[in-house]
Design a protein around this ligand. Structure first.
Ligand code: NAD
Length: 489
């Protein structure tokens, strides 16, 4: 079914915070007006959480745990399954609101919502399977290990995939028996508040609280003595602030941060793949606003010119436009500030001579001039040590670099502070595994793009953070172990 901008505007929540099963009237964090990044027009107003609401939400989560709302694993399984069903039922609204608030094309937001439901369904299955173990202790001793929830989890999420980001944290946290305070980014409040309406229908009060807010609310949560675990996704500088605040109470933290991931294209890549390289998705997909997207393209010199020509042609064919239009492949950036920031990064790179601008680099004009649209931008012959090749841009900017052999490719790929993802394109099985093993990153794809299946661990190394989301490893991030040693003698 086609969803229009008007449909989406009719679904915009009234902007109140959802705490303890109630919609709060007013907030100490103030109010914010949100603009549609595709048109610049006002979408609506919403409340921002302040420290008073943070206190209220942490207490509500603690009370829900004390009432035993999450004590029964079977009940948790059913609760997560109900959330998955309710997300599927509300998929149209959730996708439309994301497209409206952050400009991602509707086909992609629909896929994101379907993925979010999958994560809830997958972790429903874990809720009653977190068993303990008996440790061989010898003699008349029974020693056993029990998996316990932490208690209250703070889930701090980014704006660039708002519903799936909530699913990645909330689903495993609840499966493990924790109550959650979700603080979505202030830049994507409405899909999160629509998710809160789902929680109102299917979740007991206080189990999931949703309160969009800015850095102040994030800090109040991270420094709160009633928060037992923090799961944060965002950029490096906010992550430092999170880690500092968490250190005050020794609160454990999972940090899912940014990246500057490389696609390495070897000369033996399947020729049919070369022309339509998924590598370029690093620029077009979500307008380059994805943590694990391949924003560096390293190409074997033997096929360099051919690949670069194909990549530039694909960039120039991208359908920039209204993200509600089903044929649009690339929407705006998340807002005017992001647009200005990306254009200034491009300008600085040109000025310094970090590489050769092959296409793009401009704001889109004409009918798109009022929105935050930047043309897909490709720089060739980029200096691997330059800021253009080293810093996360979070925009539609691809840095292309040639290489002469596998060692050089790996040295460039591993030569940034980040270690989130890596992409290998080759027809040689041995090379594929060898390079995958040598990439200094937590998530590697061979001849394809990362897809975030819920059963696999996703997480960065080095400057891309620590801890994972997904699979048994992801649910264990929300579990703490207790050893019980019983003397039977
Ligand atoms: P951001 O760091 O600006 O904000 C992320 C979240 O942190 C938001 O909810 C924000 O309000 C909050 N925040 C900001 N300052 C804070 C503080 N001092 N204390 C506590 N919370 C604070 O990032 P963003 O612009 O929302 O998202 C883009 C960044 O997120 C990029 O770097 C991207 O690569 C990264 N990201 C990583 C992943 C991953 O899984 N590794 C996924 C998506 C995005």
């Amino acid at each position: 079914m086609t969803i229009t901008r008007d449909d989406a505007l009719r679904q915009v929540p009234d902007g109140r915070l959802f705490v303890d099963g109630l919609w709060l009237e007013g907030s100490t964090g103030g109010e914010r007006t949100h603009h549609d990044p595709a048109t610049g027009e006002v979408v609506g107003k919403h409340q921002l959480a302040g420290s008073v609401e943070v206190d209220f939400a942490v207490k509500a989560a603690r009370d829900a745990l004390q009432r035993g709302e999450l004590a029964d694993p079977v009940r948790r399984r059913l609760l997560l399954s109900s959330l998955a069903d309710a997300i599927v039922a509300a998929a149209g609204d959730l996708a439309a609101l994301q497209t409206l608030e952050m400009g991602q094309p509707i086909r992609a937001t629909r896929a994101g919502v379907a993925l979010a439901a999958e994560w809830f369904r997958y972790f429903a299955g874990w809720a009653d399977k977190l068993d303990g173990t008996v440790v061989p202790a010898g003699g008349a001793v029974l020693d056993y290990v029990v998996a316990n929830p932490y208690g209250v989890v703070a889930a701090i999420t980014p704006w660039n995939g708002p519903v799936v980001s909530i699913a990645l944290k909330v689903a495993p946290a609840i499966a493990a028996g924790n109550a959650v305070v979700v603080k979505p980014s202030e830049l994507a409040p409405f899909s999160a508040l629509r998710f809160a309406r789902i929680c109102e229908e299917v979740v007991p009060p206080g189990v999931i609280n949703v309160m969009p807010g800015g850095p102040g609310a994030g800090h109040a949560l991270c420094a709160h003595p009633g928060v037992d675990k923090i799961s944060f996704t965002g950029g490096s500088s906010a992550a430092r602030a999170v880690a500092r605040a968490a250190a005050e109470n020794h609160t454990p933290v999972v940090l899912e941060l940014g990246g500057k991931s490389a696609s390495i294209v070897f000369a033996d890549t399947e020729p049919t793949v070369v022309g339509k390289l998924g590598a370029l998705l690093g620029t077009i997909q979500n307008s380059g606003q994805g943590c694990f997207l391949p924003t560096r393209l390293l190409v074997d010199r033997a096929i360099h010119d051919e690949v670069v020509a194909a990549v530039v042609a694909t960039a120039e064919k991208a359908r920039l436009g209204d993200p509600f239009e089903p044929s649009t492949t690339m929407g705006p950036l998340a807002g005017e500030a992001a647009c200005e920031r990306v254009l200034s990064v491009v300008e600085d790179a040109r000025h310094r001579g970090d590489g050769v601008l092959l296409t793009g680099g401009q704001r889109a004009g004409g009918a798109l001039a009022a929105g935050a649209f930047v043309q897909p931008t490709v720089f060739g012959d980029v200096d691997p040590a330059s800021p253009l090749a080293q810093e996360e841009i979070f925009g539609p900017v691809l840095a292309v670099m040639p290489f002469d052999d596998e060692d050089e490719a790996l040295a460039i790929a591993n030569g940034t502070k980040y270690g989130l993802a890596g992409y290998v394109w080759t027809n040689d099985l041995r090379r594929a595994h060898r390079v995958a093993a040598a990439l200094d990153a937590g998530y590697v794809s061979v001849n394809g793009m990362a897809a975030l299946p819920p059963a696999a661990p996703f997480g960065g190394w080095r400057g891309s953070g620590h801890g994972v989301e997904g699979g048994r490893w992801g649910v264990h991030e929300f579990v703490r172990l207790k050893n019980v040693c019983v003397s039977l003698g």
